[in-house]
Design a binder for this molecule. Sequence first.
Ligand code: AMP
Length: 217
Amino acid sequence: MRLILLGPPGAGKGTQAERLCGTHAIPKISTGDMLRAAVQSGSAIGRELRSVMESGALVADDQIIALIKARIAQPDCANGFLFDGFPRTIAQAEALRTDNIQIDHVIEIRVPDAEIVARISGRRWHPASGRVYHTQYNPPRDEGRDDLTGEPLVQRADDREETVLKRLAVYHQQTAPLIDFYKNYEAKSPHAPCYTAIAGLGSVDEIAREISDALSS
Ligand code: AMP
C-alpha cells in the first residue's frame, strides 16, 4: 500500500495518517516531521531550514526529493508507506514518476481556508513531548500549560495566523496544481494512482471511514 495524503496544512492529514499507518502496518513519512527533526539538531542546515519553514515558504525541491529517496530505500518501506505533506510541488510529483515510484492511491482532504485558519492558529504545542492542544477544540486543563507536566505550551512559529495565511497561499499556488496532475495522470496511464477527494469537515472517525471506503473500492 503506497499512499499520498494531499491537502492544505491543518486539513487533518497527520491524524488520518497515524490511523492509516496503524491499520495497514506501513510507516508514515512526513517531510514536515523530518525537517523539524533536522531543525532540532541545531546544525547549520537545520538553521537554514528553520528560517524557510518559519516564513511559511517551501523547502527546495532538490533537498526534499533527496530526503524522500533516502527514506523510502529503508527496509521498513518494503511493503508500502504513506506520504504526509509530500509531494508539495509538481517537480516533487514528477520526481516520483521519473523514478518509477508507483503510488496506489492519492487521497485529497478538502477543507475551506477559513476553517484552516481557525484550526491552525488555535494550535498549542508542548515542545518536550510533542503533545498538541487547541485553544478551542482540545484545550489543556490549565490555560497555556501541558496537562501532564504543567510546562508552558507554545505556538509554533509556522502556526501563527500571518504564517498560516502565507502557507495557504503557497498551498494554492504550488500544491493545489497536484490535484489536476493526479487527475490527468489517472486518465492517461494504467499505472496511475487512484484519486479520491474527501471533505475534511466531519469527525475524525467519519473522515477515516470515508478514506477507508475509498481505499477498498
Ligand atoms: P508540515 O508539517 O507538513 O505542514 O510542514 C511544515 C513546513 O515544512 C512547511 O511549511 C514547509 O516549509 C516544509 N515542508 C514540509 N514538507 C515539504 C515538502 N514536501 N516540500 C517543501 N517544503 C516542505
